[in-house]
Design a protein around this ligand. Structure first.
Ligand SMILES: *[C@@H]1O[C@H](CO)[C@@H](O)[C@H](O)[C@H]1NC(C)=O
Ligand SMILES: *[C@@H]1O[C@H](CO)[C@@H](O)[C@H](O)[C@H]1NC(C)=O
Ligand SMILES: *[C@@H]1O[C@H](CO)[C@@H](O)[C@H](O)[C@H]1NC(C)=O
Length: 333
């Protein structure tokens, strides 16, 4: 791989954005400087050195666990189930670690709510000193980007309102991303209900390394918004999609995508952003389907056309809460 190619891969600019994340996450390291945690597959054949089991007659002169008399440091994930979302919070970055949702043809068919009655709120489930608050986003230049989209929860006003918790938000680039390609991607997820009776989606932020052109080293760099700065701006976002066949113990079609938090041209194929689920796991430190055996796993993008349908933002805003789902083919008009 040439130096230029690596630089392009590492960038998260509009032009490079598309293949960027996928390339970083997939590629086997060609250079030692690639971040092993993300780039290299987990070693399966390397012998693991084992420490000898302590002899029974050793009485330790110390007790590291004594720390817990003063409290357990964490991390604490602030798990928060609501009607429409279940989220875990990352107190360090003041972003969610992941937010899960469930959509079905029936849930999307009900329109009992209006976005104009919803407003963004702090999540008091998160302790105040770790919370994101509205002032952090104010004049930051970033959208309060829903992880679980509002349009997926219009089946009740309460369900819709709960998607406006800041524990469901990350700072997202507005033009070209949150209001455009990312919105088309969310629409793709909704359209999956034309093909599957039940869809689960986990969405969250990533902070991926890119190559420093100065010294060639891979570094993680991200903005922190708020005054004082509190809320980290993710470099990328992932969605892991579980398309269920509706049978108990049935097959599940999996798809994982990583998109840069940057403007993306509408003509970029969605499949450019598809990554193996393991790549999202390595990059996020999370595990999504540990209990799903291999024989029940299918590949989403082998069953449906993984493509976005681009619709004009203004038109989409107008129709967002009122459109009837389930009528369009997944492959588009
Ligand atoms: C933001 O960070 C500052 C310190 O940097 C802290 O005093 C403040 O409480 C934080 N805000 C929240 C909502 O945690
Ligand atoms: C949000 O955080 C800032 C910084 O800590 C603080 O000054 C402000 O009072 C907080 N706002 C609310 C509504 O808690
Ligand atoms: C799951 O998919 C396999 C083929 O990959 C098929 O043989 C099996 O019948 C499917 N299971 C169910 C419950 O539909």
């Amino acid at each position: 791989m040439s130096k230029t190619t690596l630089a392009i891969i590492a960038g998260i600019s509009a032009a490079a954005g598309a293949a960027t994340s996928a390339a970083i996450l997939f590629s086997r390291p060609e250079k030692k400087s690639l971040p092993t945690a993300i780039a290299s597959p987990a070693p399966t054949s390397v012998p693991v050195p084992a420490y000898p089991t302590p002899l029974k007659d050793i009485v330790p002169p110390v007790n590291p666990n004594g720390l817990f008399q003063y409290g357990f440091p964490g991390p604490v994930s602030d798990l928060h189930p609501t009607l429409s979302t279940t989220s875990a919070f990352d107190r360090r970055t003041r972003n969610p670690a992941w937010v899960a949702e469930h959509i079905t043809p029936a849930s999307l068919a009900v329109n009992n709510a209006d976005r104009k009655h919803s407003y963004f709120v702090e999540d008091i489930n998160v302790p105040a000193k770790f919370r994101a608050n509205l002032s952090d986003y104010f004049r930051s230049g970033y959208d309060r980007g829903h992880q679980v989209p509002a349009a997926d929860a219009k089946w009740s006003q309460d369900a819709l309102d709960q998607t406006f918790l800041l524990s469901n938000m990350c700072p997202q680039v507005g033009d070209g991303f949150n209001r455009d390609y990312w919105a088309h991607f969310e629409d793709f997820c909704r359209r999956l209900t034309n093909n599957y009776p039940s869809i689960r989606i986990v969405t969250g932020p990533l902070y991926l390394p890119k190559r420093d052109p100065e010294d060639g080293k891979w570094k993680v760099s991200y903005e922190v918004i708020g005054n004082p700065p509190n809320v980290s701006v993710p470099t990328h976002f992932y969605k892991v999609i579980f398309a269920e066949d509706g049978k108990t113990g049935g097959n599940v079609s999996l798809g994982a995508f990583v998109l840069p938090n940057a403007p993306i041209a509408n003509d970029k194929p969605l499949q450019d952003f598809e990554v193996p689920i393991e790549a999202v796991e390595r990059a996020s430190g999370l595990e999504f389907a540990a209990k799903l055996p291999a024989q029940r796993r299918k590949k989403l993008c082998e069953e449906v056309h993984c493509t976005v349908i681009v619709r004009d933002y203004m038109e989409r805003q107008k129709n967002l809460m009122g459109q009837a789902p389930g009528k369009r083919s997944i492959s588009g008009p």
